[in-house]
Design a protein around this ligand. Structure first.
Ligand SMILES: [Zn+2]
Length: 271
């Protein structure tokens, strides 16, 4: 398994005796979720999974060595039916995706772990991740956290149109890959399409509007790209990867220290 996550942070590189020795009440396990789906003619199918792995590996490198945090192997297949019709998109249904998360939560809970963060880098999974975070909390008593993408990091130099509507295979994702895996980017195959413009502010929007319309990529862009990859550079990619990794590392430290607002510190509530 080729991964950017350091061996010392890789849960699947431990043996069961080493897992058994982990402090159950303090250990934070991170479950990455992503996708294998079309990313236009210039980026690979694994883009969301590669970005997840790069961001997580970098973020974990920033934690103190004694922080009890481990990355689980990623759930690479996600709910990607917004990209149906593009060869290479491998999508699982909402019920399958949720069942996988539920079963992994059951395994971790049975082993005594109490804290899980789902680190998701595919927008199509987001609403399911939110549902499952609450369900794992309710069914198994797991303290469950969700982190999406760059965790709200601000990207210096990313233009407002791209920031708002660079949904897919646009400047940000292309810059990330130019920095992390340049051999996988075909810089001669860029195309540009936007799902909406920041100039117009109708009530009805693809996301975060007064009301939203459900979209499929093929309704918007024959190439599969929703954004503008042309201004992407490796140096911006490096800058933005490191900004996002810093932000994610800070989030992980808060998660390690987290107690529900209704609880006093000291005693951990048992599941
Ligand atoms: Zn993507």
């Amino acid at each position: 398994m080729k991964t950017r996550v350091a061996d010392s942070r890789n849960f699947a590189y431990l043996n069961w005796k080493q897992v058994d020795a982990l402090p159950r009440d303090r250990t934070l396990l991170i479950l990455p979720t992503a996708a294998i789906e079309q990313h236009g003619p210039h980026l690979p199918l694994a883009t969301d999974t590669l970005i997840n792995n790069e961001l997580l590996g970098r973020a974990l490198d920033l934690l103190p060595a004694d922080a009890p945090v481990y990355a689980l192997p990623p759930v690479c297949y996600g709910k990607s039916n917004e990209h149906i019709g593009f060869p290479g998109t491998l999508s699982v249904s909402a019920s399958t995706f949720m069942a996988v998360l539920r079963d992994l939560g059951a395994s971790l809970s049975a082993a005594g772990f109490q804290r899980i963060a789902i680190f998701n880098t595919h927008g199509g999974n987001s609403s399911l991740v939110d549902v499952m975070a609450r369900d794992l909390r309710a069914e198994f008593g797991l303290r469950t956290f969700t982190i999406f993408g760059s965790a709200g990091a601000t990207f210096e130099g990313l233009n407002p149109q791209e920031r708002a509507y660079g949904f897919h295979a646009g400047e940000l994702e292309t810059a990330f890959l130019l920095a992390a895996a340049p051999g996988l980017v075909d810089t001669s195959a860029y195309t540009v399409n936007y799902i909406a413009s920041i100039e117009h502010k109708p009530l009805l929007a693809p996301e975060n509007g007064a009301a939203n319309f459900a979209w499929l990529t093929r309704d918007i862009a024959a190439s599969g790209v929703m954004g503008d990859p042309r201004p992407a550079t490796a140096s911006n990619g490096e800058l933005w990867l490191s900004a996002a990794a810093q932000r994610i590392a800070s989030v992980l430290l808060e998660i390690l220290a987290f107690h529900e607002p209704g609880q006093s510190t000291g005693g951990e509530a048992q599941a």
